[in-house]
Structure formats: structure tokens, C-alpha cells
Design a protein around this ligand. Structure first.
Ligand SMILES: [Zn+2]
Length: 330
């Protein structure tokens, strides 16, 4: 082949197609890798492995068909239902759930653990978010990997966002993209959008299994006033106070605050549902850990004094405006 061939339109066209094929193949591998679930091992305490469709058929065939692992004790007792990754980028909840699933053995009562409440959040990325897709942790038995998700439902399973999101049941209006926020969707609607169906399925699991305590595990950015905080419905304050005291006595810095009445998360809404129904005493709490700033996009104040900011906000907590708290992204 002569040198002049490499300057022909035919060669340039073939070279361009070849380069495009390489880019498409690489992007396709990255895209499909987001659907590969990280290995989670059922430990010796797991007595039953269920999925959401066994309780509510709405999520069948979708990523909403999330696993719920039951750890049952020998003696009868209460049922506690911890959930991780209502927001899939808040991965400390996932890791806490995995540690329980793989290591805990229950003696009395039951644990029903949902490690990835909104699984579709693990299968996409959002513009301007600098999260890595996966991360690894060194353990005594080798390195383990986990996915890093996004806050909202994947638009591939719920699109487009409405201009205004009308919450099922309450008719409260929110900005459209909140329709993909699982934490704004409870108690859910089995005939509604994907995210509402996820909420309906999780609500059904809690109802059918008669969960006496819900623990919805979140993270918060350092500048928010809810870091290291247990957020409890006012009727769950007794349980929350005992939990906070127990943790503080073990040297774990954590505080207690009331759940915002307008937030449509599982914990607060579950308790309110029970109250409206005139039913039992089912306290519900949400736990917030301090969130690591996402790679490439630190969310720190210009002064960098996030701890001071958080303390100032905590001191102002008695005058805290629940509507502002909701808009702050809980
Ligand atoms: Zn969250």
C-alpha cells in the first residue's frame, strides 16, 4: 500500500469507524458492569432469602425486585427491619447491612435486612457527579468490591420526570425529579411510577412481616446538621433516646432529632400510617452517618469549616424549619 492510500477518504472512513467501534465497546463494557451485582454472602444467621415480588408483585422483572434476607432466632421476639441504600450513593448503609447479613446470628426475634432498597440507583450515573462506579475494601480474607450508586432511580426505568411530582396519597407537590427519589415516595403506590412501586413493595414487606422497628440508614454531607444523627418520629423518641444513650455510652458520637413531618421517607411515613390506622406501636427511625465527599466534587463550604457549620446549625435546631430541612436533601 502506498503512502497516498492512507490519505484517501476510504482509509479515513475505515479508521474513523474502527476508532468509534473501540470507544463504543469500551463504553458498553463500563455500562454493563454497572448491572453486575457485588457478591453478598448469606452468613450462618440467615434463615430465609426472600425477594420483594413475593410480597408485592409490582416489581417483578425490574431492578425493584430487591432481596430481603431474614435472620431468625430460636426464640420468639420482635422484628426489626434495617434498610440500606434508599439513596444508593450512601453506601455506609449497604456496608452495615452486608456486615449484619454475613456475620450476625439472632438469638431472639427476627431481623429482615434489605441491603439495597433502590437497586436501580446502582445502575447509572448522573451528570456532574464525580463518583467512581466501584470501590474496594481490604478484608482479612481478601479484597472485596462494591458498587457506588446514585441518589435517584435510573431514568432508564422511570422517564421522563414530570414538571411537578404529585405525591400519591398526600397530593403534596414537589419538583419533578423528586419522583425518582425513593425517600419521597412512601408509602408508595403499586400502580404508580417505578419508584412508587419500589416504595409500595418495601411497605408491604414491613406490613406482612409485622416489623416492629424500621431502621432506614442514610448518609449526610458534612455541612448538613444531621450528620451522626438518629432521626426518629416523635412517637419513637423513647426507643431513639435509649439507642442514642447506648451508643454514646460506647463512645459513639450521635444525637437525636425529630423526623420532619413532610418528608415522605419510609421511617416517618410508616409510623404515621400506623397512627392514622389507629394501630400498634411501631417506632421508626433513620440513621445518618457522615458522608465522604464525592471524588472530584467536594461539597464543602468555601471556608472549609464544615464541623463548625454543623455545630452552629445543631445549636439552632430548636428553631429548625422542617421545610428547609426537606429542601436540604434529606
Ligand atoms: Zn439519604
Amino acid at each position: 500500500m502506498t503512502a497516498s492510500f492512507y490519505r484517501t477518504p476510504t482509509f479515513r472512513g475505515v479508521a474513523l469507524l474502527g476508532a468509534a467501534a473501540v470507544v463504543i465497546a469500551a463504553a458498553g463494557m463500563v455500562f454493563t458492569a454497572m448491572y453486575e451485582p457485588e457478591p453478598i454472602v448469606a452468613g450462618p444467621g440467615v434463615t430465609e432469602q426472600a425477594v420483594a415480588r413475593e410480597y408485592e408483585p409490582a416489581p417483578e422483572g425490574t431492578p425493584a425486585d430487591t432481596p430481603a434476607l431474614v435472620l431468625g432466632g430460636q426464640e420468639a421476639g420482635g422484628t426489626v427491619m434495617p434498610l440500606g441504600c434508599t439513596h444508593a450513593q450512601e453506601i455506609s448503609g449497604l456496608l452495615a447491612a452486608v456486615m449484619v447479613i454475613e456475620n450476625v446470628t439472632v438469638e431472639r426475634g427476627r431481623l429482615i435486612v434489605v441491603p439495597q432498597a433502590n437497586r436501580s440507583g446502582f445502575t447509572h450515573t448522573e451528570p456532574l457527579e464525580g463518583f467512581p462506579h466501584t470501590f474496594t475494601i481490604k478484608t482479612a480474607t481478601g479484597e472485596r468490591w462494591f458498587r457506588n450508586g446514585m441518589r435517584l432511580t435510573n431514568p432508564l426505568v422511570q422517564w421522563p420526570d414530570p414538571d411537578l411530582y404529585l405525591h400519591s396519597g398526600s397530593s403534596e407537590r414537589m419538583v419533578g425529579w423528586e419522583s425518582r427519589n425513593l425517600n419521597r415516595s412512601f408509602p408508595g403506590n403499586s400502580d404508580g411510577r417505578y419508584t412508587e412501586r419500589v416504595a409500595a413493595a418495601l411497605t408491604k414487606v414491613a406490613e406482612v412481616e409485622k416489623a416492629g422497628l424500621l431502621l432506614d440508614m442514610h448518609e449526610a454531607y458534612p455541612e448538613y446538621p444531621i450528620i451522626n444523627m438518629l432521626v426518629a418520629h416523635e412517637s419513637a423518641f423513647e426507643v431513639g433516646t435509649l439507642a442514642v444513650l447506648g451508643l454514646q455510652m460506647r463512645g459513639i458520637r450521635i444525637d437525636l432529632m425529630p423526623s420532619p413531618p413532610l418528608l415522605r421517607g419510609l421511617a416517618g411515613q410508616w409510623r404515621r400510617r400506623e397512627l392514622r390506622a389507629g394501630g400498634g406501636t411501631r417506632p421508626a427511625v433513620r440513621a445518618f452517618h457522615r458522608c465522604r465527599p464525592p471524588a472530584g466534587q467536594p461539597r464543602r463550604s468555601p471556608a472549609g469549616d464544615n464541623r463548625g457549620t454543623a455545630h452552629r446549625l445543631q445549636r439552632a435546631r430548636p428553631r429548625f424549619d422542617h421545610r428547609r430541612q426537606q429542601s436540604a436533601g434529606l
